[in-house]
Write a protein that binds this ligand. Structure first.
Ligand SMILES: *Cc1c(COP(=O)(O)O)cnc(C)c1O
Length: 372
């Protein structure tokens, strides 16, 4: 039995007829850019998140760039984020000429450490990007308190967290803006790239609309230097179909995670591994099920021998990336992020995963760690 980290084929087959029809519908219409599917997808996302606006863009990275630019982030500004995330969270800041400033992570949730956040704020700080890592939201009450106290913009990087909640409010709905990615492996993934910015602010929504279309409101008349960054109609049509299943799929991910938690508890009790940490106020959607294991390489090898995929998110924290060497950080600056990078291990946790598969995965991990 071979078990992938994510089974996109099984998911496609479960909704193939609807997807095929949606794609053929776009081909038949020959309306490929900024048409009815994008509009409907925007309306659906705004309603789902509980925000006034949603503006679709080409990918999750552009969603961050355009949202930051719409918030006025530019050269000389500092933006605080976590070093334990996908590169794009900080790349977006740097691509606007602003400076990413990192804060270490909380060792339980692996999200940015809220208690250290205030100490990173300077007179040049303009924004914070809380990243809801692996589908568990950051403590947004505390982030929003700081935002108010220091007049900062908050851009939630919710690429991994569509449908996640903190105190009953959805990811993307807390900040000045929230951003999503529809990369194929995300909880709501297209069959190509895609992204979305959500916001309650009319001005930010209007600016993101302007920036995604070459700074233009009227074709061939340009008010600003912008980008070409649109979600295309085919992706929007696919995403509209998949959106109907998102809550069901997120629930299934949570059930798989819960089962892992109980099956792996004996190993956690013996301190052979650390289970994913929980914030009781957060409704987590398990983009990934990430545990921490001292003997990670050995476990990965045994899983591989058994035909089971596993992966490291993230092997190198952002402050130690070559691309960010100019920021001047060094090893030891963010010890919790560095430790997490050494021990984090994601095992398969997707809606179509079966009980038998989960038992087999746990069996292999057990065999490997009990002897050691
Ligand atoms: C995937 C991801 C992004 C980037 O999204 P793309 O659609 O791949 O550009 C940004 N931030 C985080 C945390 C992500 O996981």
């Amino acid at each position: 039995m071979s078990i992938p980290l994510l089974d996109l084929k099984a998911q496609y087959l479960s909704i193939k007829e609807e997807i095929d029809q949606a794609v053929l519908g776009v081909l038949d219409s020959c309306h490929f850019i900024l048409g009815p599917n994008v509009k409907a997808m925007e309306e659906k996302t705004a309603a789902y998140c509980g925000t006034k606006h949603a503006v679709a863009v080409a990918n999750g990275t552009d969603a961050l760039v355009l949202a930051l630019k719409a918030c006025g982030i530019a050269q000389g500004d500092e933006v605080i984020t976590t070093p334990f995330t996908f590169f794009a969270s900080a790349e977006a800041v740097a691509s606007l000429g602003a400076t990413p400033v990192f804060v270490d992570i909380d060792p339980v949730t692996l999200n940015m450490d809220i208690d250290q956040l205030e100490s990173k704020i300077t007179s040049r700080t303009k924004a914070i990007i809380p990243v809801h890592i692996f589908g568990q939201m950051v403590n947004m009450d505390k982030v929003m308190d700081l935002a108010q106290k220091y007049e900062l913009k908050i851009i939630e990087d919710a690429a991994q967290a569509i449908g996640a909640e903190y105190k009953g409010k959805r990811a993307g709905a807390y900040g000045t803006a929230g951003t999503f990615s529809f990369f194929p492996t995300k909880n709501l993934g297209g069959y190509g790239d895609g992204g979305m910015v959500v916001t309650n602010c009319d001005e930010i929504a209007e600016k993101v609309r302007l920036f995604r279309f070459h700074g233009s409101k009227t074709k061939y008349f340009h008010e600003e230097i912008g980008y070409n960054s649109r979600l295309d109609e085919i992706q929007a049509a696919i995403l509209r179909v998949k959106f109907q299943y998102l809550d069901e799929w997120n629930k299934a991910r949570r059930q798989k995670a819960e089962l892992y938690d109980s099956l792996l508890k004996p190993l956690a009790d013996q301190q052979k591994l650390i289970l994913p940490g929980k914030d009781p106020e957060a409704y987590q959607v398990f983009h990934l099920y990430v545990m921490r294991v001292q003997q990670r390489e050995k476990v990965m090898e045994k899983l591989k021998e058994a035909g089971i995929a596993s992966a490291v998110y993230y092997p190198l924290p952002l402050h130690l990336q070559k691309a960010f060497a100019y920021l001047g950080y060094k090893a030891g600056d963010f010890p919790e992020a560095e430790k997490a990078s050494e021990h984090a291990l994601a095992i398969p946790c997707y809606p179509e995963l079966t009980l038998q598969q989960q038992e087999e995965i746990v069996h292999v991990i057990n065999d490997c760690l009990i002897q050691s």
